[in-house]
Design a binder for this molecule. Structure first.
Ligand SMILES: Nc1nc2c(c(=O)[nH]1)N[C@H]1C(S)=C(S)[C@@H](COP(=O)(O)O)O[C@H]1N2
Ligand SMILES: [Mo]
Length: 425
């Protein structure tokens, strides 16, 4: 069968010529090494984000993952910048690596068209793992970028697709590195990095050793040196970094975060920081946030109903805490309000197992969140009334919002209507 395949190439396959003298196992291995070190960081921080969403409460998406259940543990609420770091890395590094991934694919593209596609059963398996690797990473890039740009423009859930795409990628990645690491290590030794950096375009020749037919048999003259090509890839990654990092570093760098249209919608004065969804977009009726607004604390012997003046009369605590969105942007502000653990005590549930928070907002994934015990009892976990010394603006959750250290942004519910505490047994 393999011989038959070899003798019957598809029309056109014979005429494909890959002539760049830059292609070869060394270049592929350099790019591969960069990805070998960095992609596990993107993958692990992504899986951590799933855990941070609280799968134990069924609020991570997809809720039911069968065999692919991750080891769940209570997401820490300390240090407060934990999710800001993990999710900033996931989105930021994921974007920065796009030029490197594209360069890596370019460097091995002759293999994609190699005929016959396989010469043995083992090679068929290897090819399937490659398909999972390449398909998986491109799928994760496309769905991830669409999510941070426009959110849900496709007909399926972003979270579900991104989660399963990750597992396809992970399987392909693990098989690929276990097969290729020895060859990568050997190929890196075939040329010295220093020599490559000293070689100009005119002196650029094909690599000295070939593996897998990556080196062109009939090379064209170089149009760019190898160091030039590496600089283009590195420069591309740097440019993406500049256009991205500001979304989480903040300050004057935020104006360069052009890859992020959503987090740049801001309020004014002390409330001048990114707004995820405005009160209008969330369908909040301003009348319901006025004088007649109440928060109901449930779970104790009888519901406790408080208005804003009563909350303001309770002991106030101030903490500097970030909001860190799953989309990668974050912002650190100074919040003031009532400690959630004080509210639990007021409700008559001094040692809560969890708390269910509901918003005035009706429907949608953002209108409710369940908090773990440590997220209620952390001394900096607040039902915030004020930010940076002023009342919350309507867009930032007036009359009161949740703000908890290291909590994924989405669970910092705005326009809180009720908190239901459940006692630990
Ligand atoms: N009720 C409600 N709460 C919400 C949201 C929302 O749309 N509705 N957005 C969440 C998301 S995804 C984030 S990142 C933060 C952003 O808070 P901010 O808009 O004050 O910056 O609020 C969270 N709380
Ligand atoms: Mo968010």
């Amino acid at each position: 069968m393999w011989r038959w395949l070899e003798a019957h190439p598809p029309p056109g396959a014979k005429n494909l010529r890959w002539r760049s003298p830059l292609r070869g196992p060394w270049l592929t291995s350099v790019l591969g090494l960069v990805l070998l070190v960095t992609l596990p960081v993107v993958t692990l921080t992504g899986l951590l984000s799933y855990i941070a969403y609280g799968p134990q409460f069924g609020q991570a998406i997809p809720a039911d993952v069968g065999w692919f259940k991750l080891p769940t543990f209570d997401w820490p609420s300390n240090p407060s910048w934990l999710y800001r770091l993990t999710q900033g890395l996931h989105v930021g590094l994921g974007l920065i690596l796009v030029p490197v991934v594209l360069a890596k694919l370019w460097s091995v593209i002759p293999r994609l068209f190699a005929w016959p596609p396989a010469r043995s059963f083992a090679q068929v398996l290897e090819r399937i793992s490659l398909l999972m690797l390449v398909g998986g990473i491109l799928f994760e890039i496309v769905t991830g970028v669409l999510n941070i740009q426009y959110d849900y423009i496709f007909g399926f859930s972003f979270y579900t697709a991104h989660y399963w795409g990750a597992w396809v990628f992970i399987v392909g990645f693990v098989v690929h590195i276990s097969l290729k690491i020895p060859r990568m290590a050997a190929s890196l030794k075939t040329m010295s990095f220093r020599t490559v950096l000293r070689t100009n375009r005119a002196d650029t020749e094909v690599e000295p050793t070939d593996i897998d037919g990556l080196v062109a048999v009939d090379p064209a003259p170089a149009t760019i040196s190898r160091r030039g090509a590496l600089a283009v890839v590195g420069g591309g990654a740097m440019l993406v970094a500049i256009l991205t990092a500001g979304q989480t570093l903040g300050g004057f760098t935020r104006q360069f975060a052009l890859l992020l249209p959503r987090g740049r919608d801001s309020g004014s004065g002390p409330n001048d920081f990114p707004i995820n969804r405005t009160a209008t977009a969330a369908g909040i009726d301003p009348a319901s946030t006025g004088e007649q607004w109440r928060v109901t604390l449930g779970g104790g012997p009888a519901p406790v109903v408080l208005d804003r003046a009563m909350l303001a009369a309770m002991p106030q605590h101030t903490a500097e805490l970030p909001i860190a969105c799953v989309e990668g942007w974050s912002t650190t502000e100074t919040w003031t309000g009532v400690r959630l653990r004080d509210l639990a005590r007021t409700a008559g549930v001094p040692t809560p197992r969890l708390a269910r928070v509901s918003s005035l907002e009706r429907g949608g994934a953002f209108s409710r969140a369940t908090l773990q015990a440590n997220q209620v009892t952390n001394p900096d976990a607040l039902l915030a009334l004020r930010v940076n010394g002023a009342d919350l603006s309507l867009d930032h959750g007036f009359p009161a919002r949740i703000i908890v250290p290291a909590l994924p942004g989405v669970h910092n519910t705005k326009w809180v209507a009720s908190i239901e505490f459940e006692a630990a047994t």
